[in-house]
Design a protein around this ligand. Structure first.
Ligand code: SIN
Ligand code: FE2
Length: 207
């Protein structure tokens, strides 16, 4: 099929299908450690609406949201402790994926853990709470498949739909660093390793 011979390409977005497939079990085990120390929770947007994903973080900084806005914090507001450290398994994978996309020396200080259950979605948004935008975003999918929405620089730009499977990694940066993106409501299903859920790890350089 032509679609397979000539997959669409998106400036600034690198798709790395199956890049983390060999690490799926180790990554899911590491997620369990993170959420044992920093429990998954639903956060509110500044507008006061609960986001449908459940979130946690690991690394020196964690992304948080409440009525005061979106920002990074070294302290987990739920536990009043620092976020759990970013395991070497995570850092090594994120750096290797960034390198494969053309970014040498990616040293993330934040890893956002997002839990999606069937019908959970993520509306179009930009990742723009970081102090700078030279470093890319590295996003790792685990568990149930999802349809990733890849938009443009403006919210109204038409978004491409990209199927992401467990072990797929996407990296965006450069001209696309501030592109809008999101996730369609998760379909029902049960993943053999992860069960009825999807985990997304988003690695960022926050500071
Ligand atoms: C995000 O944009 O924070 C999450 C993207 C995803 O779940 O694939
Ligand atoms: Fe995002």
């Amino acid at each position: 099929m032509t679609a397979d011979l000539f997959p669409p390409s998106y400036p600034g977005l690198t798709l790395l299908p199956g890049f983390a497939r060999d690490n799926e079990a180790a990554l899911l085990a590491a997620v369990e450690d993170v959420v044992a120390a920093a429990p998954l929770r639903q956060v509110a947007t500044p507008g006061g609406k609960a986001m449908s994903v459940h979130m946690s973080n690991c690394g020196a900084m964690g992304w948080i949201s409440d009525r005061h806005g979106y920002r990074y914090s070294a302290v987990d507001p739920l536990t009043a402790r620092n976020w759990p450290a970013m395991t070497e398994v995570f850092r090594e994978l994120a750096a290797r994926a960034a390198l494969a996309a053309g970014y040498a020396d990616f040293a993330p200080d934040a890893c956002l853990v997002n839990l999606y259950r069937p019908s959970t979605r993520m509306t179009l948004h930009q990742d723009r709470d970081e102090a700078g935008f030279t470093a890319p975003i590295v996003s790792v999918s685990l568990g149930l498949p999802a349809v990733f929405l890849w938009g443009g620089a403006a919210r109204a730009d038409k978004a491409a739909r990209i199927e992401l499977l467990s072990g797929d990694v996407v990296v965006w940066g450069g001209v696309a660093r501030l592109n809008f993106h999101g996730v369609m409501p998760l379909r029902d299903g049960v993943h053999p390793l992860a069960g009825p859920k999807r985990i997304n790890l988003t690695f960022r350089k926050a500071l």
